[in-house]
Design a protein. Structure first.
Length: 87
């Protein structure tokens, strides 16, 4: 399933005030471009865990997994697949 729109909406709702009207491409690194602040990273992990009912393990807490919409989507897909296999 494609969760990119939900991720876009979450990110859009959490942009820093200076970037509220910014359009983010699915491959844009919103951390490098400073569209979000440091508190956003914790909110993003919480959002992913709650919305998709998955656990983000310590080894998954790599900025590379969270820095773009596409990479985050891939992480979610991988974790959901792992969860399915475990059931």
């Amino acid at each position: 399933m494609d969760y990119r729109q939900e991720i876009r909406e979450f990110i859009g709702n959490n942009l820093t005030m200076d970037h509220e009207d910014t359009q983010i491409n699915d491959n844009d690194n919103y951390f490098e471009q400073r569209f979000v602040n440091s508190l956003f990273a914790m909110r993003l992990v919480d959002f992913v865990e709650r919305r998709f009912q998955i656990e983000i393990a310590n080894e998954d807490l790599d900025l590379a997994n969270f820095c773009t919409i596409n990479r985050l989507h891939d992480l979610i897909e991988r974790k959901l697949t792992e969860k399915e296999v475990a059931l």
